[in-house]
Design a protein. Structure first.
Length: 146
């Protein structure tokens, strides 16, 4: 027996910076991402993340925190209610078009594409996504000041 469609559940796509901020305990980010993770568990409706954005997160963790921290992030992610969505040719084509049309970064275009395709809110601290316009729903996180 298959479950009925969950049309009343708001879906979310995580940009890499959302999980980086969560893992680092950034003020404002953890407080906004934690309830999304809790809701995803309670509703049995995982948050989504493009495999390209996962690769970006893994790279950033390794580069700035070291390989051990990157591997730790990977292990934590596997226990979280987050589904990693593959980037096939069609998704890559749509992401490439978004990059060209709106001047997004390459990995950012995959996050935007997934959110648009799934009718989901993109969870991000990056204001660059405003370039996409009304076709992209953004769940804004506080910007990280370096």
């Amino acid at each position: 027996m298959s479950a009925a469609p969950r049309t009343n559940i708001r879906r979310y796509v995580l940009d890499a910076n959302a999980l980086i901020g969560f893992f680092e305990g950034r003020r404002g980010v953890s407080e906004k991402v934690s309830p999304l993770l809790s809701d995803a568990l309670r509703q049995d409706s995982p948050l989504l993340m493009s495999a390209v954005n996962w690769g970006e997160l893994f790279y950033m963790e390794w580069r700035y925190q070291g390989e051990a921290k990157a591997r730790e992030a990977e292990a934590i992610l596997q226990r979280m209610p987050v589904a990693i969505i593959a980037a096939d040719r069609e998704r890559a084509t749509r992401a490439g078009a978004l990059k060209q049309r709106h001047g997004l970064g390459y990995a950012d275009a995959f996050a935007a594409e997934l959110a648009i395709e799934r009718g989901a809110w993109l969870v991000t601290a990056d204001p660059e996504f405003s370039k996409v316009g009304k076709g992209l729903l953004v769940h804004a996180l506080p910007r990280h000041e370096k």
